[in-house]
Design a protein around this ligand. Structure first.
Ligand code: ATP
Ligand code: MG
Length: 392
């Protein structure tokens, strides 16, 4: 029996003239993601992508697991390939679904007839197949409203397909279809979630991380690299930039009023991020900030940070509660890594009483008391880059 994976497009299905571009991008992302699992042929028709294994040993459950994390997909399932002949459909349904149907109590059959030339109409297929399955599996009764198992028959161009599972896809748009942006990635809970949320909207992510040795350890950096690696499951390849930030932080500490340490540090982070973003064709920055979460995330503080930004700053968590953010972090499996103990450069030289409502002119005056430019340039020059690709 031949088995394939059917992938149903999400929002792409609604696209107009440029639909093909999105489709091609999705297909490319899927191919890259499953390449290490064997040989597959990917074809598309009627807003569905067919992944057909070209060797018998392909691990389709791993394919489903990986493809289920790829953005641009509404739903996916493993399905059995049948001839476009009702007898074959019935025989294969019994064999292919025997495990699931012999354990279930209730079921129903649905049919989709994309090929209108097929001699039986959908209700007829449902009735006939339903009757055959009821006879074969005496444990079953029909429940059309709330069945434990829905058997789906799809009559398409070249073949018919039977399946009984419909797995929800990751939604969103194919990564890369919305251009690239630079994620300010700390080792905390929020920024990996922010990156995942923008990737969901088709944004290709690059990541930037600031380290301040010896105040921050190698272990802290490794933890962020681990988060990057986890994100590749969803985001694909990520260029990771690591910025040496110690001298800038020490210069802030030695030259600026304590109450402005954090806000000036954040402005310098944004400045450096923009310069590296420009080199890597990133059109925006992304942070994990959420209004009111900490002193540097009040509206007044965000305004002072944004004043140095010449490109858009996306803050997808801006209106979310910490509990909602944690829920996503658990779902995408970054939570445990994020909660490992570590030091972030943000926790170095934190002011005892940070200004909660900083005034921009005061911040600018405080920052202008020292010429940070040579140190900014040095940090950009000494930034190191690594690439993370799809794991597995
Ligand atoms: P997170 O959980 O993402 O660390 P947070 O709630 O701890 O966020 P802050 O530490 O104030 O908040 O950081 C706000 C945002 O600034 C982070 O979400 C992240 O985008 C960025 N950021 C903070 N520290 C770093 C760092 N060391 N390197 C890169 N970006 C950082
Ligand atoms: Mg943090």
């Amino acid at each position: 029996m031949k088995e394939i994976v059917l992938v149903k497009y999400g929002e792409i299905a609604l696209k107009g003239l440029n639909k093909k571009t999105f489709e091609d991008m999705l297909t490319k992302n899927i191919k890259r993601r499953i390449k290490s699992l064997g040989k597959f042929i990917c074809t598309s028709a009627q807003s569905t992508l067919y992944i057909t294994p070209d060797d018998d040993n392909a691990d389709l459950s791993e394919v489903v697991d990986r493809v289920g994390k790829i953005f641009g997909i509404a739903a996916l399932c493993r399905a059995c390939v049948c001839d476009k002949d009702f007898t074959d459909i019935a025989e294969k349904s019994i064999e292919y679904l025997s495990d699931i149907l012999s354990c279930a109590g209730t079921f129903k059959v649905t049919a989709k007839r994309a090929d209108k030339a097929f001699p039986m109409k959908s209700p007829e297929i449902c009735m006939e197949l339903g009757g055959i399955l009821l006879e074969k599996f005496p444990n079953l009764t029909v429940d059309v409203k709330n069945p434990e198992v829905t058997v789906t028959v799809e009559i398409r161009d070249t073949n018919a397909y039977v399946h009984a599972e419909n797995i929800k896809g990751a939604g969103g748009l194919p990564v890369g279809s919305s251009g690239k942006a630079m994620l300010l990635l700390s080792g905390g809970i929020d920024s990996p979630v922010a990156g995942w949320m923008m990737a969901k909207r088709g944004v290709h992510i690059a990541a930037i991380h600031y380290v301040s040795p010896p105040y921050t350890s190698d272990r802290a950096q490794l933890k962020v690299e681990q988060l990057c690696e986890k994100l590749t499951d969803y985001c694909g390849g990520i260029a990771f930039y690591c910025v040496p930030f110690t001298e800038l932080q020490e210069a802030i500490k030695d030259n600026c009023p304590e109450e402005f340490f954090t806000i000036i540090m954040r402005r310098l982070m944004m400045e450096i991020a923009q310069r590296i973003a420009a080199k890597d064709n990133c059109l925006a920055l992304i942070t994990g900030e959420s209004v009111g979460q900490v002193a540097s995330q009040t509206m007044a503080a965000i305004a002072c940070t944004d004043a140095v930004c010449r490109i858009p700053v996306f803050r997808p968590l801006v209106g979310m509660d910490k509990t909602e953010i944690i829920e996503i972090a658990r779902k995408i499996d970054t939570f445990e890594t994020s909660t490992l103990p570590y030091e972030d450069c943000c926790t170095v030289f934190t002011p005892r009483h940070p200004k909660v409502r900083p005034i921009l002119s005061d911040v600018e005056k405080a920052q202008n008391s020292f010429d940070f430019e040579p140190l900014i340039q040095k940090a950009v020059e000494n930034t190191e880059m690594k690439t993370f690709n799809y794991g597995g």
